[in-house]
Design a protein around this ligand. Structure first.
Ligand code: LIP
Length: 275
């Protein structure tokens, strides 16, 4: 990472900042979720498709994150799902204010606030905080991955036919159909499939050994920036968009090393590159 003086303490400071702010934003999101469960209304708009929703809470969460970052790390660029932005030359903060927005809207408690610090487009610190469970997933590049105070390590899976694999679908209907065909091809080769609807949590689940693998096409940087670091620091084989032509130019992949090659080959043979 040329161009930015990264002293030894910096990544840990960045992780602490990401975690602290993600906890605050998660509290805001949880308060809204509780209010919605007791009949409260929330304003909802749509984005790329009628099923691709953004709520007022997504926006409020990102506004809080941006305000806190400006106070704690003034002048550092922020790339957020709702407010946009771009990668800068030094530290850039990559923010998904609610990852799993549809789950949040339905009241399904599988969503998170994801904040990562990237330098030259590479995640060096990250935090994923779940508003409902309170689980705090964190990682520092080269410093390991943690769930609260517990060190994370991927599963010891070594057989694809016994692997539990997560995946996700695009909001674009035509692509969802192609992804469905890929999943239909894979489902007979693995133990089972899980589709939870929040990429950051799927990547954290691989880090914890709760999933043996995960793949998805079409994720945005804010979906994977923190979770992919957490998975990699827990020992997963991680391939980011642009790193695996055989899986497709916008594929995200994470798997326990014992099944990574087999899962990658099965997806490639199933036509992942054409999804
Ligand atoms: C979600 C991702 C998920 C994907 C959903 C959606 P959002 O992000 O985390 O993996 O399958 O379609 O993109 O939109 O809730 O921040």
């Amino acid at each position: 990472m040329a161009g930015v003086g990264v002293d030894e303490a910096m990544p840990n400071d960045l992780k602490n900042t990401a975690e602290q702010i993600a906890v605050e934003a998660a509290h805001l999101v949880r308060t809204a979720w509780v209010r919605m469960r007791s009949g409260g209304e929330v304003a909802v708009d749509t984005k790329s498709a009628e099923t691709d929703v953004v709520t007022a809470v997504d926006r409020e969460s990102e506004e809080l994150v941006r305000a806190r970052l400006e106070r704690i790390r003034p002048g550092e660029p922020v790339l957020g799902e709702e407010g946009g932005g771009a990668l800068g030359g030094g530290v850039t903060w990559v923010v998904d204010p609610i990852d799993g927005t549809v789950n949040f809207l339905y009241g399904l408690p599988a969503f998170a606030v994801s904040i990562a610090a990237q330098i030259d487009g590479v995640s060096v610190a990250g935090a994923v905080v779940e508003p409902v469970s309170g689980r705090r997933w964190t990682a520092v590049r080269g410093g390991g991955a943690w769930l609260g105070g517990d060190r994370l390590s991927v599963s010891a899976a070594d057989r694809l036919d016994l692997a539990l694999v997560g995946m996700g679908f695009s909001y674009a209907r035509d692509r969802r159909v192609r992804q469905g065909r890929l999943t239909a091809d894979l489902v007979g080769q693995v133990r089972d499939i899980r589709r939870r609807g929040a990429a950051s949590l799927d990547l954290c689940a691989v880090a914890a050994g709760w999933l043996d693998g995960y793949f998805e096409h079409g994720l945005h940087r804010w979906d994977w920036a923190a979770g992919a670091l957490i998975a990699r620091e827990a020992g997963a084989t991680v391939l980011l968009p642009g790193e695996a032509a055989d899986l497709g130019e916008d594929a995200t992949f994470a798997a326990s090393p014992g099944i990574a090659a087999e899962l990658r080959a099965a997806l490639a043979e199933g036509g992942a590159a054409e999804v």
